[in-house]
Design a protein around this ligand. Structure first.
Ligand SMILES: C[S@@+](CC[C@H](N)C(=O)[O-])C[C@H]1O[C@@H](n2cnc3c(N)ncnc32)[C@H](O)[C@@H]1O
Ligand code: SF4
Ligand code: SF4
Length: 357
């Protein structure tokens, strides 16, 4: 079908994982080896053809502000396409005036990963971070956005953990006071609070607070977390009625997006585990329209999301059973890591098994 063969000029968004270097060590971080880097050939040469036409680039770390290739990649893309918009998630510690200036001029969004509503808890989770510095950088970004009338979207995110679960409502108040556009709640599936009554109580408080500000503050992820939590712990979901609100239409990403991981593997997004090909072995145009890519698009057109993670917020038909595609992806990665560093490979495997149990 011709609609499933897509020229690379139609790629609107590139999401690329440059490496895992970071200036802090969060307790829940799923990264285990902070030395990994992508081969620069991938972004300097293999992806060069799309820079003139791509609309957005999302850079993923590690911590993008301290990965040395981040600046060079952005400069390269901007030289070929001054209209391109860049985005990333940051721990905020080194999001200094250089990044603030760059983002108000060329940013689509910046997300500060602030994992608590107070200094003590934030610094306990984001080990080696400095609450005051992160808040200062966030406030300066918001002030510069205002004074320059920039369309940059500024968001904050919070990974729900037993250490911070009592702070969710306060966190929404904090986001409101700071003046961010959106709050995203994520969760660590390997580290869930065991007290189910406490979780129900804290989710209720957070949902109430979110509702209070719903006209000008977007709060995402609370119901998503709660649905997963209830399924995993066998608890009754008292917000099941509101699940409908999460429903979404067909996902367009297989026609418009690419995600490249630090191995050079190309996928349509970071929430699928189907590797279409590897940019160190093949060229982008061949991978973007190979049999796997076309089959993926055909399936999505038939509302079949077998290659997509069940917790993807864009997935309108999640499948909650054992997933062979995902298993194969982790299995292959396990052997790649094993050759590089067996300790890291086993740490990652243990995390995944804990997540599945
Ligand atoms: C791996 S970080 C990379 C970007 C950057 N270093 C940061 O922390 O924002 C991407 C996002 O994943 C979140 N995160 C880290 N560990 C997580 C986990 N175990 N489960 C869910 N989200 C996690 C972080 O808080 C951050 O918002
Ligand atoms: S700042 Fe991001 S990359 Fe660094 S340890 Fe924390 S979650 Fe991981
Ligand atoms: S539904 Fe989710 S996992 Fe599937 S392609 Fe869309 S964004 Fe990716």
């Amino acid at each position: 079908m011709t609609q499933n063969i897509v020229p690379i000029e139609k790629i609107e968004e590139l999401h690329i994982e440059l490496g895992y270097q970071c200036n802090i060590r969060c307790t829940m971080c799923y990264q285990k080896d902070y030395t990994i880097s992508i081969d620069p050939v991938v972004w300097r040469e293999k992806l060069a053809a799309i820079y003139p036409t791509v609309k957005k680039i999302i850079i993923q770390g590690g911590e993008p502000t301290v990965i040395k290739d981040t600046k060079e990649l952005i400069e390269l893309a901007l030289a070929k396409n001054p209209e391109v918009k860049v985005s990333f998630m940051t721990n905020g510690l080194a999001f200094d005036s250089y990044w603030q200036d760059l983002f108000v001029k060329h940013g689509d969004f910046v997300n500060f990963s602030l994992n608590a509503a107070d200094k003590e808890t934030h610094e306990k989770i984001n080990r080696y971070s400095k609450w005051e510095k992160v808040i200062e950088n966030l406030k300066n970004t918001l002030a510069l956005r205002k004074s320059t009338n920039s369309p940059l979207q500024v968001t904050i995110s919070f990974v729900i953990l037993p250490d911070n679960i009592k702070q969710m409502a306060d966190y929404i108040e904090l986001g409101k006071n700071l003046g961010v556009d959106k709050i995203r709640f994520f969760f660590d599936a390997c580290n869930l609070e065991k007290d189910t009554k406490l979780v129900e109580q804290e989710i209720s408080k957070a949902l109430e607070t979110a509702q209070k500000y719903e006209e000008n503050l977007i709060v995402e992820g609370l119901l998503h977390f709660y649905e997963f939590y209830c399924q995993k712990l066998g608890v009754k979901n008292i917000y099941i009625e509101q699940k409908e609100k999460m429903a979404c239409g067909m996902c367009r990403l297989p026609w418009t997006n690419i995600f490249v991981d630090h191995f050079g593997n190309l996928m349509f997004c970071c929430m699928t585990n189907l590797v279409l090909g590897n940019l160190l072995k093949e060229d982008l145009p061949a991978i973007f329209n190979n049999d796997k890519a076309v089959d993926f698009r055909e399936k999505v057109l038939k509302n079949n999301y077998v290659y997509c993670m069940s917790n993807c917020t864009r997935n309108p038909s999640p499948v909650y059973k054992f997933d062979w595609v995902r298993f194969k992806y982790y299995f292959n990665n396990f052997f790649t890591y094993l050759k590089r560093d067996p300790k890291v490979a086993w740490q990652k495997a243990k995390r995944k098994i804990k997540q599945w149990l």
